[in-house]
Design a protein around this ligand. Structure first.
Ligand SMILES: *[C@@H]1O[C@H](CO)[C@@H](O)[C@H](O)[C@H]1NC(C)=O
Ligand SMILES: *[C@@H]1O[C@H](CO)[C@@H](O)[C@H](O)[C@H]1NC(C)=O
Ligand SMILES: *[C@@H]1O[C@H](CO)[C@@H](O)[C@H](O)[C@H]1NC(C)=O
Ligand SMILES: *[C@@H]1O[C@H](CO)[C@@H](O)[C@H](O)[C@H]1NC(C)=O
Ligand SMILES: *[C@@H]1O[C@H](CO)[C@@H](O)[C@H](O)[C@H]1NC(C)=O
Ligand SMILES: *[C@@H]1O[C@H](CO)[C@@H](O)[C@H](O)[C@H]1NC(C)=O
Ligand SMILES: *[C@@H]1O[C@H](CO)[C@@H](O)[C@H](O)[C@H]1NC(C)=O
Length: 485
């Protein structure tokens, strides 16, 4: 008896795989990666998804096979042997299964179409840009000859280019690309300036306006890119090697322009001396610092320097203290109600890391856990002057099993551990009060992370990595709707 066999192309086996596929594809999409996209990279070779009972004889089986020649995932459905199950049950199973497959096919097709379309736009855009560059080079070379004709061609190209810009902004909304684009525009402007001497002023003016307009829109685009979803973390750069296994260091995200003073706190336990380095450069190259003695020692490594003050968890308490460096005095202190302390709800690495203070684009935050929330992470937005809680969110993530956490653009990101291979795997959005599991690996170079915080000014993560102070860049992804422009 032969088994009926359905082969369904461009179908992934579960919605989870779609999510996975997106998380792999999106980062490369925003990274101006024009290599051919493949669905379900890495593949799920010949793994039964176990939709229905395990006995292969009397159940429907769905196999998501290895990729086909075009790099797509293929789903194979195998029907049970006719005699093994009753007609009714089989009909019902078949209907459910087909519906499921149909649903998934639809989702994938939508994703696939979008991706293909986006890539086509982007590839076309790149061809256009390259063509434009060549044209300009020709113009430069043949400076004197036939210049008016060349100029017309450039204008036409620019005309072609314009409709693509919003598309590019929408789908390849990545700062790196925008920077590259800006450079291109600057190059154009330079060449245009050289041409100006040769040309009638009117034509030049018009073209120049177009270029300026383009640049303006790109700049607006870049500002909108200030926030987004974390999609990638760069390799670390080791800034300095100093201090013990545990500590924290940072710059003030609200410091005035040019102020790159580094704040440095070694140890998590019963210490009260904060080092101030004049600049990042000083920090890297010297051991020349000023020492500030806090009125109370701290607990953990959750301190944050924000707008000229340090906020820290007072030793053996759930009190938060705001200490103003300008006046060298406490300007506010307040209990963080219900917050566990003294290793009640530390991060996985311990070290009295119960209360973690941090800042992002949206302000000041406290990450902690309470008995009321069963030891799961509670996130509170704090008023930086009064230290009162503005709003709180309760998550379902146990604080003790979190490696570290940091906030970017109102989303809390949690890592899976402090030693060995580390990744960001949980994200809680305060905007929507929802969470999702993600998978963003990053290098834990020195095998022990006791502090990890985002600085919205640098768009970088500061980490204390086993007596090394390291930095990571982050990639944020944000799709801009055309209406926003
Ligand atoms: C582009 O994709 C290829 C293959 O997927 C990968 O090897 C390469 O590192 C990617 N480049 C960037 C800049 O992401
Ligand atoms: C398919 O999608 C429809 C509508 O979105 C939903 O009601 C149905 O439960 C889905 N079926 C399966 C098997 O997931
Ligand atoms: C702009 O010009 C500089 C110097 O001529 C060159 O190095 C760079 O690659 C150009 N950038 C682009 C995006 O073409
Ligand atoms: C250390 O800093 C002080 C004050 O900022 C300065 O006077 C001194 O020259 C510095 N020393 C070194 C070795 O850089
Ligand atoms: C930062 O501090 C200055 C001066 O103390 C104050 O005027 C300003 O509102 C503060 N900014 C924020 C975002 O708290
Ligand atoms: C927050 O959510 C609203 C609607 O739910 C959405 O329009 C807005 O873009 C979101 N903001 C961010 C920063 O995600
Ligand atoms: C982050 O990016 C900036 C700009 O490209 C670069 O200068 C810096 O070295 C990068 N830092 C890290 C940690 O990769």
């Amino acid at each position: 008896m032969s088994l009926p066999l359905l082969k369904i192309g461009v179908v992934l086996s579960t919605m989870a795989m779609i999510t996975n596929w997106m998380s792999q594809t999106l980062p490369s999409l925003v990274g101006l990666n024009t290599t051919k996209l493949t669905a379900a990279q890495g593949g799920y070779p010949d793994r039964s998804t176990g939709v229905l009972p395990a006995n292969p004889e009397d159940s429907w089986q769905v196999y998501s096979s290895a990729q086909d020649s075009e790099g797509r995932c293929v789903c194979t459905v195998v029907a049970p042997q006719q005699s093994m199950c009753s007609r009714d049950a089989r009909t019902k199973q078949l209907r459910q299964l087909l519906e499921k497959v149909q649903n998934m096919t639809q989702s994938i097709q939508v994703l696939d179409q979008r991706t293909q379309r986006d890539l086509q736009y982007v590839e076309k855009m790149e061809v256009q840009l390259r063509g434009l560059e060549t044209k300009f080079r020709q113009v430069e070379e043949n400076h004197k000859q036939n210049i008016a004709k060349q100029f017309k061609a450039i204008k036409a190209k620019m005309e072609e280019l314009r409709p693509l810009i919003p598309v590019l902004e929408e789908y390849k909304a990545d700062a790196k690309l925008v920077l590259q684009f800006k450079e291109e525009v600057q190059n154009l402007t330079t060449v245009l300036s050289e041409l100006q001497e040769e040309m009638g002023a009117y034509d030049y003016e018009e073209l120049h306006n177009r270029v300026s307009n383009l640049e303006e829109r790109l700049r607006a685009c870049m500002q909108k890119l200030a926030c987004g979803k974390l999609t990638g973390i760069s390799d670390p750069i080791t800034i300095k090697t100093s201090g013990s296994r545990f500590g924290s260091w940072m710059t003030d995200p609200l410091a005035p322009e040019g102020d790159t003073r580094v704040w440095y706190m070694d140890g998590y336990h019963n210490n009260r001396f904060v080092r101030e380095y004049k600049s990042m450069q000083d920090f890297m190259t010297s051991d020349n610092f000023t020492s500030h003695r806090l009125p109370h020692p701290w607990s953990g490594t959750g301190q944050v320097v924000y707008n000229g003050s340090i906020y820290f968890n007072k030793f053996q308490s759930h009190v938060i203290i705001k200490f103003d460096f300008r006046t060298s005095s406490i300007s506010k202190s307040r209990q963080l109600d219900y917050a566990g302390f003294n290793n009640a709800y530390h991060y996985a690495w311990g070290g009295h890391s119960d209360i973690d203070l941090m800042a992002d684009e949206g302000g000041l935050w406290a990450v902690y856990a309470t008995n009321q929330n069963a030891g799961n992470i509670v996130l509170s937005k704090l008023n930086p002057s009064t230290l009162q809680i503005v709003k709180s969110w309760t998550t379902n993530h146990p604080k003790r099993s979190a490696g570290e956490s940091f906030m970017i653009c109102g989303t809390l990101y949690v890592t899976n551990g402090y030693s060995g291979g580390t990744k960001v795997y949980y994200a809680y959005s305060t905007n929507s009060s929802t969470y999702e599991y993600i998978d963003i690996a990053f290098q834990n170079k020195y095998s022990h992370i006791s502090m990890l915080d985002y600085n919205p000014r640098d768009r970088a993560l500061y980490a204390w990595n086993n007596g090394h102070q390291v930095l990571y860049n982050v990639t944020l992804f944000h799709v801009i709707n055309s209406e926003e422009l």
